[in-house]
Ligand binder design. Structure first.
Ligand SMILES: Nc1nc2c(ncn2[C@@H]2O[C@H](COP(=O)(O)OP(=O)(O)OP(=O)(O)O)[C@@H](O)[C@H]2O)c(=O)[nH]1
Ligand SMILES: [Zn+2]
Length: 313
């Protein structure tokens, strides 16, 4: 047996906690009693992300993270150069788009594929129902997404009465939901409608984490209820949604409209790009028809396939 060095400090017991915000090398850990402590990871690499359950110990006024408990899932994006994590241990990914600015189907699809690849249920919401005509147009553009089984929730975050937000609240209840969306879709409006005191909390957290320095926002975790059963996680970084962690051949598995036709392909290893007897390509139509594959989605598939097949350096 190895000789154990004598311990001069009374060992402070390790506690568990939830990472509710992170910035650079600091993070805020919430204890089971709801107390919040600034923590630093032990060692050089900062591997902690919002949503992580951690074991930590007090060290003066602050804390040291000893280890990250096993993750149920981790949503991240990866471009040619680096990997960025959005959050861990989440139940739902809510992709918020709006009637205006006109959303990019490519970005929406990328987010949905990343969620599918991480085995997290996606949910789509379309905001700004008061902008009648653009809203109707956007709603129609989302028809293939409803048809492939995703819930698409109409919202008017600025004008809806609380009762009108009830269906959304119901979908979120008891779960931790990561909110993603392009700039201007209404993410801040959503958080402020659903989280009492969100603005104050954001200010408070960015003050403690940045110690006065001016920095952009990072990911934060908000509880919707006093019992802390329902959470929203706000995360920046929707615009550059790299999917380099996904193999091109895996793409159809993460695109439900393609997935349901793969069984009809003549070749088991069909890429759905040029093979004869391809069950996927046989279903591509424009305008969209239920049960089939919209030309837009197929074009996004082709583009992603090429992007993810390109040599990496
Ligand atoms: N017409 C209309 N405008 C809305 C609605 N909800 C939000 N907006 C407006 O849309 C704009 C963007 O809303 P934000 O909540 O700031 O959007 P965001 O997604 O947080 O955008 P970033 O801060 O750029 O990331 C604001 O001017 C809001 O007032 C809505 O239901 N209808
Ligand atoms: Zn095929």
């Amino acid at each position: 047996m190895k000789h154990q060095p004598p311990s001069f400090h009374p060992a402070s017991a390790s506690q568990t906690g939830l990472v509710i915000a992170s910035h650079g090398r600091h993070c805020v850990v919430e204890t089971p009693d709801g107390e919040r402590v600034i923590c630093h990871p032990r060692g050089k690499k900062s591997a902690v992300v919002v949503g992580d359950r951690v074991a930590w110990q007090t060290s003066g006024d602050e804390g040291v993270i000893e280890r990250v408990l096993e993750r149920r899932n981790l949503l991240y994006r990866q471009d040619e150069i680096r990997t960025k994590s959005f959050a861990a241990n989440i139940d739902l990914v809510l992709v918020l788009v709006a009637a205006e600015p006109v959303f990019s189907e490519k970005q929406l699809t990328r987010a949905l594929i990343a969620a599918e690849a991480a085995h997290i249920q996606p949910l789509v919401a379309l905001n700004k129902s008061d902008l009648t005509e653009p809203f109707a147009h956007a709603w129609a553009r989302l028809a293939p997404y409803r048809d492939m089984g995703y819930a698409v929730v109409p919202l008017g975050l600025e004008h809806d009465a609380d009762a009108e937000l009830a269906p959304l609240r119901e979908l979120l209840a008891g779960r931790a939901t990561l909110v993603l969306g392009p700039s201007g879709a209404g993410k801040s409006t959503l958080i402020n409608r659903l989280v009492p005191g969100a603005k104050a909390l954001t200010r408070e957290i960015s003050q403690v984490l940045n110690t006065g320095k001016h920095t952009t926002t990072s990911t934060s975790w908000y509880w919707l209820d006093a019992a802390r059963t329902t959470a929203l996680i706000d995360s920046p970084g929707f615009q550059e949604f790299g999917l380099h962690h996904i193999e091109p051949a895996q793409l159809p598995a993460y695109m439900p409209d393609l997935r349901r036709h793969v069984k009809d392909c003549r070749f088991y290893n069909c890429t759905h790009l040029h093979e004869p007897g391809c069950g996927v390509r046989a279903e591509v139509v424009w305008p969209f028809e239920p049960g089939r594959i919209s030309e837009n989605r197929y074009a996004i598939y082709e583009e992603l396939f090429a992007e993810l097949s390109a040599p990496r350096y």
